[in-house]
Design a protein around this ligand. Structure first.
Ligand code: AMP
Length: 187
């Protein structure tokens, strides 16, 4: 069974690629950013709390995100593989994920790292602001903050999975299909 993590900076293309792969292999696509945006749209308590952080380009606190993901994973059937998109994003999240997967006799099989240089990320996020209207893409200062937060808090996650030989490096530059074919060749 496939249990994949899609990893990369904001704007690296995780969501686009994860959706395509999930469809092809009938995997559950778990995007923490999408779940949070739905909570915000539904005006829930979780949405209201998350919005305060997301609007500034900060990470939502670990305990909140971990409880949310655990709830989602618990609801999957035993046979259902998944792609995590946007989680784990900190070392405490990695550790919590390990414990929750252990409980369900699952293991991360591969971590797909979509590597895209910073200037390209900024260009993509700025143009996505016009297409998708995401609040956190609209302001260059928020974009910069998200990339800084990624560099400081999220990149240590790469080392963790690299030591477990689970990390696969994918060049994230090219057309959507080019990048998808690179991913297909490793999963
Ligand atoms: P994304 O759509 O993955 O870029 O996520 C949008 C925003 O949601 C992020 O900038 C964070 O504020 C929040 N978020 C999503 N996933 C996480 C996570 N694993 N940990 C903390 N915050 C998250």
């Amino acid at each position: 069974m496939k249990h994949l993590v899609f990893f990369g900076a904001p704007g690296a293309g995780k969501g686009t690629q994860a959706k395509k792969l999930a469809e092809q292999f009938n995997l559950s696509h778990i995007s923490t950013g999408d779940v949070l945006r739905n909570e915000i749209a539904g005006l829930t308590e979780l949405g209201n709390l998350a919005k305060k952080y997301m609007d500034k380009g900060e990470l939502v606190p670990d305990d909140v995100i971990i409880a949310m993901v655990e709830h989602i994973i618990e609801k999957l059937s035993d046979q259902q593989g998944f792609i995590l998109d946007g989680f784990p994003r900190t070392i405490p999240q990695v550790e919590a994920l390990d414990i929750m997967l252990d409980k369900h006799n699952r293991q991360i099989t591969k971590v797909i790292f979509l590597d895209v240089p910073k200037q390209e990320l900024v260009n993509r996020l700025s143009s996505r602001a016009e297409i998708e209207g995401r609040a956190d893409d609209k302001d260059i200062n928020i974009i910069e903050n998200r990339i800084n937060v990624y560099n400081q808090k999220t990149t240590p996650v790469l080392d963790f999975y690299s030591k477990q030989n689970k990390l696969v490096h994918i060049n994230g530059i090219g057309t959507i299909d080019d990048i998808y074919n690179r991913i297909l060749s490793v999963v």
